[in-house]
Design a protein around this ligand. Structure first.
Ligand SMILES: C[S@@+](CC[C@H](N)C(=O)[O-])C[C@H]1O[C@@H](n2cnc3c(N)ncnc32)[C@H](O)[C@@H]1O
Length: 228
């Protein structure tokens, strides 16, 4: 398999040393045993990780985690797993989870492509959310976009039958690209009545990047596809 065909070749994020506040650093040390799951190249026992079996939503690239923690607080009957490479966001989510006494949220601080490949069992997810992923607007950077055919195949394999893949972006050319890639996947069915975009889900909490897009006068495009 050539590099471009393989999802592991997607360099969808930039590694920043990143500012981490003292509180976030403390959270990374003290709260990790409660909320953190180490990346290992072996399938995760999800029921053991959460201490119970429940419908599972995975949010990839949750940033500051506004949506992840809001969903977990609003849906105590569901489990939520966040995957993010940046430690500051992971620290933030753990602090919020502790403050809100959430017991249904866990985080993995690692590249989501590798986590999906190695750690998430096949057909184990009820829902996958990817909100405002970096659009990599320059043409020469398009290969760094997370949403590409091989990555979508990887996600689809981890979704249960009837599981949902929800995406949102504030960058119209990326929205069109997402729509084309997802529509080309024979295992997914668009949930939009006109085979394009869906209304903004009411349950989504506004994220940092959604608010940034709003300030810049961007629109928002939501997509929702169901695994067949
Ligand atoms: C543009 S930000 C959006 C953050 C958040 N979803 C929001 O709406 O505010 C994209 C995020 O995805 C994360 N990310 C990108 N590629 C990733 C990957 N392969 N694995 C995990 N996180 C990733 C980045 O670190 C960044 O925090």
């Amino acid at each position: 398999m050539t590099e471009t065909e393989h999802p592991r070749s997607i360099r969808s994020f930039v590694t920043r040393s990143g500012r981490i506040t003292e509180a976030q650093q403390r959270a990374l040390e003290l709260l990790w045993p409660t909320y953190g799951i180490e990346f290992v190249e072996a399938p995760l026992d999800l029921a053991q990780a959460f201490g119970r079996s429940a419908p599972l939503t995975v949010e990839i690239g949750f940033g500051n985690g506004e949506n992840l923690t809001a969903l977990a607080a609003d849906h105590s009957d569901r489990n939520f797993l966040g995957i993010e490479v940046h430690r500051s966001g992971v620290g933030r989510v753990m602090l919020a989870a502790e403050q809100r006494r959430l017991t249904n949220v866990r985080v993995i601080c690692h590249d989501a492509v590798e986590v999906l490949e190695h750690q998430i069992p096949l057909q184990s997810l009820d829902e996958v959310l990817i909100l405002f992923p970096d659009p990599w607007p320059k043409k020469r950077h398009h290969k760094r976009r997370l949403i590409q055919g091989p990555f979508v195949d990887l996600v689809v394999g981890r979704l249960k039958p009837s599981g949902l893949l929800r995406l949102a972006t504030d960058w119209q050319p990326y929205a069109e690209h997402m729509l084309a890639v997802l529509s080309a996947c024979p295992h997914l069915k668009n949930q939009s009545s006109d085979r394009a975009y869906v209304p903004r889900p009411a349950e989504r909490a506004p994220t940092r990047f959604e608010k940034r897009g709003e300030r810049l006068g961007h629109g928002v495009w939501d997509l929702c596809f169901r695994r067949l």
